[in-house]
Design a protein around this ligand. Structure first.
Ligand code: FMN
Length: 187
């Protein structure tokens, strides 16, 4: 698969096969992510991996409960209330692995740098037959000071990109994508 094919066919996948992801495969993906561009080549990222289903279930449960307390009438999260109340809904979709990309204070813009590392990882994964999905819902749990201490994450690191990983269980429909809005093209 070349880069164009990977870009064109990658999907955010929310249904995974039970097959675990081998440690060596994840290590290769982290190495690919670490090749991403970054401001001043600061490479301001660090990675955490969770392959423990019980821990992911616990984080899913606590995140759903916490998010529900933040929903006020008119909040953008209102549309997710029903989903977050559903006991069957798992914010990590029972994926066998989660990679969390943390931004370090080394860069003036770790959010940008880590997002590029995340995209690089997602494309590298797709090329190897592995799917992914960025789980923005999980940012609160991985930026919670208690959870950071539990996982040994330095207090001044910020969770930017929680990415689930796994072998897809089925084909994912192609989401609708808009053509690029071109605001200017001078010269
Ligand atoms: C910053 C960010 C946060 C996201 N958070 C979630 C999430 O919490 N749960 C989820 O199911 N998908 C999440 N997604 C995946 C998007 O829904 C998905 O990228 C979008 O629907 C387009 O589909 P595609 O990735 O297959 O092109 C997130 C994506 C991004 C970039």
């Amino acid at each position: 698969m070349n880069v164009s094919e990977a870009i064109a066919t990658r999907r955010s996948v929310r249904a995974y096969a039970a097959r675990p992801v081998e440690r060596a495969v994840i290590e290769d993906l982290l190495s690919a992510a670490a090749l991403a561009p970054s401001a001043m080549n600061t490479q301001p990222w660090a990675f955490g991996v969770i392959q423990d289903a019980a821990r992911l279930q616990a984080y899913s449960d606590s995140t759903k409960a916490a998010l529900l307390t933040t929903i006020t009438p008119g909040s953008p999260l209102e549309r997710y209330r029903e989903m977050l109340t559903d006991p069957e809904y798992h914010i990590f979709y029972h994926a066998p692995a989660l990679v969390v990309i943390y931004g370090t204070p080394a860069s003036p813009c770790p959010q940008n740098d880590c997002s590029l590392a995340a995209m690089t990882l997602m494309l590298a994964a797709w090329e190897q037959g592995l799917a992914s999905c960025w789980i923005g819902f999980a940012l609160s749990v991985f930026n919670d000071p208690t959870i950071k201490a539990e996982l040994g994450v330095p207090t001044d690191y910020t969770a930017v990109a929680p990415l689930i990983l796994g072998y897809p269980a089925s084909e994912t429909p192609v989401p609708e994508k808009n053509p690029p809005a071109i605001l200017f093209w001078e010269g």
